[in-house]
Design a protein around this ligand. Structure first.
Ligand code: AMP
Ligand code: MG
Length: 487
């Protein structure tokens, strides 16, 4: 089959044209010998890209940034951000590049972005590189999130560069090709605001509205409507994380998107033993980004977005603050509504039950799960069986049997639908020990464990024979999982 040369791939430069203050022209570092480690063929098809083209020599050079399509203008994006609560006025892509925007066959615009493509002027102390393991982690976890129906950036490919990366040990380097509805972050707005240039903030907001929240343009107060829709998107997103036991690990404001997609899979991991205080990241010493804190942190980050756009909300600062506070007040009810509806679905309950019934039922369940440290994913699947009359698998996971029996009696009296539960409670999850196993093998050049894991995770709700080990919690000797910041 003849394929179009990679140099003819049409990439737009809307971000760079509309927001030159946030874009620095830059090129990827030369990769000595690009080798494909993972290619997402379904995503390629969705984008109208030919997988054979991407596998070709030119395709691999495109995927590491060494072949720039005609007319494309790769840029490093500049942004600011609160990292663990401290403000950095100038962060930006230290090791990443926006190659440009693709127009998918469905007409939507998607960023094609590279991570690990070499030092940029924003690299500060960093080497601009990424190791194979963390790039494969982003690939597998982001695709797992997508298969769970959770908004996320997507992973198109991981290509080993043939260049060594120095971390605690010397590791093989790689570039991740990532696709997102955009890479606009809360930190992008903080950067614009820190320039003291209201016109820039307004232009950035206009760009974000057009790309992500177009209905806001029609509202009476478009910037307020924009802020409210970011609040709604993030409330919904974080509720979905909580429902599946996802811990992002580094919810800095530069890692929170305006689109409402999950971004930047660094020290992320999934809960097994249910405990809201769970932290996996080695650098999160105070537990700021613990599982149970994520809704509060999202709200805090959205307050930073509100601050950054205050001049767009009203000319009078006091009135602008009042408007922002009121709009931010929509986060908590939006979050609890999304979480409660999600939990009701996880418990197979019909909509429309009275709050007086649902609220205590959920509250007591969370207490039971916490006191018994049940396996978060396995427990909901076991409750699905319980809804069908087989109570023991769930009962066997809790310590206080009397409390469980009393709770289960209340729940079963509401007529839960076990089959509906199995459609929303995953059986296969990107469990930490499975991800680790796939990354260790992948780093050594054995991609088979990664491929098998991706296959299991591609249909997370459908039990299939032979995949039993992907449904099991980590073996005892795996211990508490720690993810390191050397991503
Ligand atoms: P993160 O929290 O991983 O999203 O990264 C925070 C900031 O550090 C971003 O500006 C990254 O571009 C930058 N960064 C992370 N790792 C490196 C690296 N190895 N070299 C250069 N910059 C990096
Ligand atoms: Mg980041």
């Amino acid at each position: 089959m003849s394929i179009a040369p990679a140099s003819t791939l049409a990439l737009g430069d809307r971000f760079a044209r509309e927001l030159p203050e946030l874009a620095m022209d830059w090129k990827a570092e030369e990769a000595p010998s690009p080798t494909l480690l993972a290619l997402n063929e379904p995503l390629a098809a969705e984008l109208g890209l030919d997988p054979d083209l991407l596998r070709s020599d030119d395709g691999l050079r495109l995927l590491v940034g060494n072949l720039v399509p005609d007319g494309a203008h790769p840029v490093a994006q500049v942004y600011a951000g609160h990292q663990f609560g401290g403000f950095s006025p100038r962060l930006g892509d230290g090791r990443a590049l926006l190659l440009g925007e693709l127009t998918a066959p469905d007409g939507t615009l998607r960023d094609l972005h590279l991570k690990g493509s070499g030092r940029t002027p924003l690299a500060r102390g960093g080497d601009g590189l990424a190791a194979v393991g963390p790039m494969l982690r982003e690939y597998v976890v982001s695709e797992a999130m997508h298969a769970l129906g959770i908004p996320t950036t997507r992973s198109l490919a991981v290509v080993a560069t043939g260049r060594a990366v120095r971390r605690e040990t010397v590791l093989p380097g790689a570039v991740l090709a990532r696709v997102a509805s955009s890479h606009l972050r809360v930190g992008s707005f903080q950067y614009a605001a820190a320039q003291g240039d209201v016109e820039l903030t307004r232009r950035l907001a206009g760009h974000a509205i057009a790309r992500h929240h177009p209905a806001a343009a029609q509202a009476e107060a478009p910037y307020l409507a924009f802020f409210e829709s970011v609040v709604a998107a993030q409330a919904s997103l974080v509720a979905q994380w909580m429902l599946v036991g996802f811990v992002h690990g580094v919810m800095n404001t530069d890692n929170m998107t305006i689109s409402g997609e999950t971004i930047d899979y660094g020290p992320c991991a999934f809960l097994e033993a249910f405990d809201p205080a769970t932290v996996f990241s080695s650098i999160d010493e105070t537990g700021r980004y613990a599982y149970g804190n994520q809704p509060l942190v999202a709200e805090w980050n959205l307050a930073r977005l509100a601050e950054a756009i205050l001049p767009l909300l009203h000319d009078d600062q006091e009135q602008a603050v009042a408007i922002a506070v009121e709009a931010l007040g929509t986060f908590r009810p939006a979050y609890s509504g999304a979480w409660t509806r999600g939990m009701q679905a996880k418990l197979g309950l019909p909509e429309g039950l009275a709050d007086e019934v649902v609220t205590p039922l959920l509250g007591d369940l969370v207490e039971l799960m916490k006191s018994s440290r049940v396996d978060h994913t396995g427990f909901f699947r076991a409750l699905g069986a319980a809804a069908r009359g087989d109570v023991e698998p769930a009962r066997g996971q809790v310590l206080d049997l009397a409390a469980f029996d009393a709770w289960a009696e209340r729940w079963r009296a509401l007529g839960p639908d076990g089959d509906a539960m199995d459609r929303v409670n995953p059986v296969y999850l990107a469990r930490n020990h499975l991800v680790e196993e796939a990354l260790v093998a992948g780093t050594d050049g054995d991609l088979a464990p990664l491929e098998r894991l991706l296959e299991a995770l591609s249909a997370p709700y459908d039990v299939r024979p032979g995949l039993e080990r992907y449904a099991e919690p980590a073996p005892e000797d795996f211990g508490h999982y720690t993810t390191y910041c050397g991503t």
